[in-house]
Design a protein around this ligand. Sequence first.
Ligand code: SF4
Ligand code: SF4
Length: 351
Amino acid sequence: MSLKRDYFEIRLESIGGLGANLSGKILGEYGALYLGLNASSFSSYGSEKRGSPVKAYIRYAKENTPIRANSPVKVPDILAIFHLALADKENIMAGVSENTSVVVNTDKQPDEVRDILKMYAGKLYCIDALKIALETKSRINMVMLGAIAKTNDFMDIEKLKQCIENTIGKKYPKALEQNINAIQCGYENVIFKDISPDNKYDYIVAKDIESRWGYKNAPIGGINTLFGNSVCNDISASREGYVPIFKKEKCINCGLCDTTCPDFAFQFVRGKYKDKESMINLGIDYHHCKGCMRCVEICPTKALEKALEKDVDIFKSHKRNKDLIVDKLDFEKTGASSFVTSESYTENINI
Ligand code: SF4
Ligand code: SF4
């Protein structure tokens, strides 16, 4: 099968750490060297690579059609979403129409995914890439590549495997079998649903990215009021499927997790531990947790454990740091027996 149209565009939406940048490079090489097409690819990401949004753009064209565009892909033929938590944080559905194949890494069913994405229309392919990556001891991006190959006839899965063999297979030969297996599983296990335009959600027009601040509205002195670790920043989309779970009964309030956490996610208040004045650990504000697991590694008592985010309802019991200072916190929910408010912040808490 060959490319039916002169021009074909792919956009990958991800966060740093899931391998979208590498996937983009592989898809570029795959198009040029294995499908006989003209191809180009590039990625865009911020300074802090792990956990921050990443977009990769790939263009294919027939042999005699030159690729002259070097700009982001606004109306993709394939949109691959490596991380569903980006749905309400980035404008990832821009340009998606009934002609777009949307590949999503998710353990959810297509109808639910459509609602999460507010998808106007298109061909929806759902794949539980995290689960398959764990089972095959491979990586999410390999599974996603297999699922992407499923969307169009011209994307030959065997040629994709050859491409992997000759690229990352040479660099990491011991992982080749797992990677090939993950691609095949991604290809075979997608759940497909064709969604027609039905007025449930609107088509989203891709706009040029506008800078948030310019000379008219930038804060005086060039102060950045939205820096990375501030209380107003929700960085939960940076997690790659794992969260630390806090086991209060094992905690000795040593504070190592708090000094280790790069995002100030822990909630400590003044209180008493073993009849001595101490700072008491109340757990994690998951809005600020990017799932790096440094706290799990440092904790001396295993009071912090790594868990799959989809298996635990972290938002059922967790409190925001800002609520801790502004509102009354019901300690019964946290397992303790008294209240703390902004006024009584220094009251003793016996745990
Ligand atoms: S490192 Fe572990 S024991 Fe120490 S305060 Fe944090 S959770 Fe508790
Ligand atoms: S995993 Fe632990 S150390 Fe990393 S951001 Fe979350 S709470 Fe902080």
